[in-house]
Write a protein that binds this ligand. Sequence first.
Ligand code: HEM
Length: 510
Amino acid sequence: MFRFLWQLLGESPFRGSVNPTRAPLLMSSGFRRSLPFPHPWNFREPIQILESLFVDADSVTGSGRHTVYLSVPGVAPFLVTRDPQLIRAIAVETGDKDGQFDRDTLPSDGIARATGVDSLLYSNGPQWRHQKKLAASPFGKSTLFQPENFEEFFQTFRETVRDRLEVCRRTAAENGGSVEVSLEAEIKPVMMEMLTNSFFGAEVSYDEIRNRYVPSLELIIDDIVRDTVMKRLPVPGFLTRPNKNQREQLKAARADFEQLTEIVLSKRSSGEGLWRQFKSDVPDEALKTNLRVFLAGALEATTSYAAWAISHLARHPEIQEQLYQELQPVERYSPEVLSDSLVLTRVLDETLRLTPSLYFLPRRATANVIVRTTDGRDLEIPKGTHVLLDVWHANRHEDHWGTAITGYPAMDFAPDRWRVLAERNVDSKEMLHFGFGHGPRVCPGKHLGQLEVALVVGSFVKLATFRALSSHNPAKAGVSTKPADGCRIRLTLREQYRNPDHPTAEQRND
Ligand code: HEM
């Protein structure tokens, strides 16, 4: 009631030393594209929607520069922040304790309809805590990076990557050593194969993965975005429903997804792959929701991460060469090799900073709560507020990541900034890119994803040099972000890989 009155009077519902700026509901740059929330004409451009909220913020001095809010009488306020300190404070205060933030389910309704509501990703409170315990053992760093486990996963991952790169190598070799490809389409099946076959121990053929399961999941993921936005709009369902043909394709895609989930789950009883580490007696049925989330989410996020890394390297031949020099002598990866590979680590960190796969983290205030940043500011957020932690724009702002702090402009892809930061002794806890989230709801697949992406990027750099076909590198965004050009590159095989027929013994060890 009080909130409604406040909103009518145009009062800010927020209190504290952080004073968010009110974002106008209609932006001046035209009507449709400038509404700062998703609707049928703009929902394929979520990054631009976030951007439009900050359109005037750069002229603000003080604490409203990086935090804005939207207020409509009768509707819970939306708070959007690109302030890294505030992002961190809210991420740390997310969990199942009294007064802590929930993950806001509003932007992931469609995911829940496609995968189920009781997943680790979607649930909150005690249900989330329970799911988290279940996921801890197989995904934890101690499991994945234990010498025997690491070696086993690494071998199977390497075989997968090697087989796929061999096809790529052959195609290029038959074309005089150089070929143009849209690499995103090649990365996706490799990522899925690593997950289903190497990690979950299934034996799905590459053809099935590439021609059936990946296209089906693409369709489902695309529909998740449409479904999430359209179901919220106050318009009759028949206006926003897919047509008959699309509905049939979706039905078939969902059946494929279900079948893939069953295949992966069927390996549990014989303890293949990761299932060996999975110590729980919950019935198979109770694991399905999480498996669907792992399959779809991991495919999206790891493809995004690897495609962005290659896409940036394709525009920076000098960094590609540094990476090649670093990795060329490496024959066997181990956790130590991975952590000693400084160029690789910086390239991957810089990739997640500049182009995070998940571009915002949604939260919801479960009580009136005061959050405090580590630099001594506070903000009282009323119960029910939808909070968008806008990681994409936080990571690209000169105030936080610019030349004065990191030695390089924030908008540049510059892995060397991480060396500068280390040399300047900047506390690494102060420079978070949130690429895997932060706090209690941090990504459980972080170590698995990093291992997969490091391997794919490392192996690719050793096979070929590659150049982007355009210098501009814009993003497309749905559930995750990806290079808008589909990672289109011209690759040229390194000298030693050009013979179409005779890969050498060293090649087989790459
Ligand atoms: C390597 C690429 C990956 C990236 C960049 C990534 C990114 C993220 C981020 C940013 C979050 C936090 C979301 C939030 O705070 O609201 C998250 C959560 C999550 N990720 Fe990942 N992820 C990756 C790989 C994976 C993999 C391989 C899996 C599983 C096989 C996975 C499963 C999950 C789950 C279940 C959550 C929700 C955790 C919770 O709410 O407690 N992710 N991921």
